[in-house]
Write a protein that binds this ligand. Structure first.
Ligand SMILES: N[C@@H](CCC(=O)N[C@@H](CS)C(=O)NCC(=O)O)C(=O)O
Length: 155
C-alpha cells in the first residue's frame, strides 16, 4: 500500500504549468508553419504542389532554410526537455515539497523554457542567453527528479 499525500496548491501548480508548457510545445508547430509560409519553403514535394495550387509565388523545396530550421530546433529542444519536466514535476509534487518553493520552481522552469524559445526562434539573441535559460530549466528538472525520488522512496 502506498500512502500518497499531495498538497492541493502544489498539484494545481504542477498541472497548470504542465498545461502551459504542453500548449507552448504544440504552438511550435504553428510557428514552424508560419515560418514556412513567410519563407515559402517546404521540405516535401507534395507541399510544393499544394503551395502552387494555393497560388503562393515561387515556393521552394529546401531542407536547410536557416529560419525554419531554427524554429524546428527550438521545437525539438522542447521535446527533449518538457516531457522530462512532466515526470520530474510529478514525482517532486508527490514528495511533499514546501509549497512556495515548489510553485516558484514550476514558475521559473516555465518562464525559462518560454524565454529559451524567444531567444532561439523569435528574436535571435546572442549566446549565452539561450544557454542560460536552458541550464536554469535543466537543473531545476534534475533537482526536482532527485529530490522527488529521494523523498518519495525514503524508508
Ligand atoms: N540537443 C541539444 C542538447 C544540449 C542543449 O539542449 N543545449 C541548449 C543550450 S546551448 C540548446 O539550446 N541547444 C540547441 C538545440 O537543441 O538546438 C543540442 O544539440 O544542443
Amino acid at each position: 500500500m502506498i500512502d500518497i499525500t499531495i498538497d492541493k496548491n502544489v498539484f494545481h501548480g504542477f498541472l497548470f504549468y504542465t498545461g502551459v508548457l504542453v500548449l507552448k510545445t504544440m504552438l511550435m508547430s504553428l510557428l514552424t508553419t508560419r515560418m514556412r509560409f513567410m519563407k515559402r519553403v517546404w521540405s516535401s514535394p507534395e507541399d510544393i504542389d499544394a503551395a502552387i495550387k494555393l497560388k503562393i509565388p515561387s515556393p521552394s523545396l529546401k531542407y536547410d532554410d536557416e529560419h525554419v530550421e531554427r524554429v524546428r530546433r527550438a521545437h525539438l529542444n522542447d521535446l527533449e526537455n518538457i516531457p522530462m519536466f512532466i515526470f520530474s514535476g510529478f514525482v517532486y509534487a508527490l514528495s511533499q515539497p514546501n509549497p512556495s518553493v515548489a510553485l516558484t520552481l514550476f514558475r521559473i522552469y516555465a518562464l525559462a523554457r518560454i524565454l529559451h524559445t524567444v531567444v532561439y526562434a523569435i528574436y535571435v539573441v546572442p549566446q549565452p542567453a539561450r544557454a542560460i535559460f536552458h541550464v536554469i530549466s535543466y537543473f531545476i528538472a534534475i533537482y526536482m527528479t532527485i529530490v522527488g525520488l529521494i523523498m518519495f522512496f525514503r524508508p
